[in-house]
Design a protein. Sequence first.
Length: 680
Amino acid sequence: LMMLTKKLIEIRSILMSIDHNETLKLPSIVVIGSQSSGKSSVLEAIVGHEFLPKGSNMVTRRPIELTLIHTPNQEEEYGEFPDLGLGKIFDFKKIQKTLVDLNMAVSESECVSDKPIELRVYSPNVPDLTLIDLPGYIQISNRNQPETLKNKIEDLCEKYIRGPNIILAVCSANVDLANSPALKASRKWDPLGLRTIGVITKMDLVSPQVGAAILRNTDYPLHLGYIGVVCKAPENMANGNMTRALVKSEESFFRSHLIFNQRDIQVGTSTLRHKLMNVLEQSMGKSLYSIVDAVQRELEEARYQFKVQYNDRRVTAESYVAETMDCLKHDFKDFANNFGKPQVRHEVRTMLEQRVLDICAEQYWCDPKIAELPKASSEDIYWLYKVDFASAALTKSGIGRSTTQLVVDVLMNNMERLANAESFSCHPETRKQIMKFTSEILRTKFLATSDQVENTIKPYKFEVEVNDSEWNDGVKRSIILLEKELEMCDEMANSIKNSVGKKKLNSAINYVLDKEKEETKRQERVQQNDVEEEEEEVKSFYNPKLLEKAKDAIYLRDRAIILKYRIAALKSRQCKSSENKQYCPEAFLNVIAEKLTYTAVMFIQVELLNEFFFQFPREVDNRLVYEMDRRQIQQFARENPPIQKHLELQERKMKLEEVMDKLNYLVKRQADRANSAKFT
Ligand code: GDP
């Protein structure tokens, strides 16, 4: 017959994992008792190990759902917390410690939590039982506490003390039963005493006559009766199995008093165990048919929902992870295919061309003598030096570092884009991880690449040889660049003119120019007369911001004039040959920029890009796909709410199906038994 309890306990565990709203409930034994009544001692005697949190200030703050699983064919004894994934715990001290930690995790202000701690104990020495150790609620609710808290504790207890659960009311023999909080609670929830078992502890502390009278209790009769126990473990007991020592001393105690051997009296821990097993078995048996109905209903509902919502399509966390990662790799491949040499060249060239423009502006266009350049003698040292100086400014500007950094930045931006794709919107942590190893890969390649580039462009720092076609290209490109620059100047000048108004701007410009003329005259006077002249403060009626804009407009106008001259110069015969490079620095610098681009890109491609494109998908596999254990895969999939819902329903359906199979088997067995009983 015990088979039924075992199977139903299995089923109970499965149901607990999918249903916390109590519709599918199989009976369990709820243990209640005030502090020091010996409640823990009784539970530990049943389990055969010390494992419950102790200490006077230790208050149980969460219910413990204790499932005992009898394992006749194996020697090892161990516990498991199915919700924590700690695996088998063979050391019961460690179980005790874990229970303390779990209780302490409930804050003082919250006081109690109704989320049960699930603990399973596997042992050849335990019976198949499920027990619930409720928070020491009785002593708590008796203290001065706010009404809300009392209600909270009441609710929690009600939830567990309700039928079909069996109440194990623990009272100590040396306390008047009339005052026993456990019996009071039991009378409240089970007024007829139909599902309460009274356990009288500390029988050794009262005289046998008094003890026997308690067990025969007629004042508070219980249908399932009272059982007397002595659960005080003998001193100096090793942390092994305590059952044997305990039972032995208990047995000898009860045997030594004849009064306990009478038929109407029940004593001893082993009697208690058997009683619990029988009572639970019967209760389970009674619940069998109602639970079959309830599970059947839930299963039909789950099947219906699964059909309606998902058209019976199954998903697994594994397939979801694989799909998401494939998506990433696919996007990456797309990006890698579209980001090759031409794209890198474009990026690097754009950057170097900008640098060329900066150097030209600084070295040439701001030079007051620039207008004389086309007419200067070809021997003029000033311009000869200048062109060498400008080209050195370009080649020695840290090309290796800046070009490599540029490409790294472009790659990082693109990877950011990939990581921010729709498929990762629910996985911020994974996103961070992707960016983390992207930057790790790039960082390891950075130095080698930038050194390599810097080394290979080294010759250009000393001499740049230019052939005719390179020169012609350089001239063409520099004209295009300058024309663009000119266009930008004009645009900016126009936007200033539009924002201020042509008339107002012109008058402000004239004012600024007059002021500048005055200032130069004043300085000439100062130089000639060698006297300090107080600068007179004239309040201008122009708004300072307007004057700023006027100055900008003047600057842009001057720059535009110079650019036009330079474009004309570059188009002139003078710039037809590289021999005259000092007359056409813009073209010469462009030729150098082009050579630098070509060389830099070649090495960036080999050292950085190819390596990165090769390594990234492997890192995705190594760090994201293979690294994840079952738990992480589940967690990852459940970060996505629709997938989470899908998985949950699917799991619920599967578990209910499993439960239904088991139940059907049990029902059939019960029927067979009933039949064979009829015929014998
Ligand atoms: P709980 O607070 O209800 O869990 O009570 P405990 O199980 O911690 O027991 C309270 C105290 O009573 C402990 O010091 C136990 O050693 C002692 N105790 C428990 N059962 C017995 C018993 O049967 N006889 C005697 N003499 N002491 C017991």
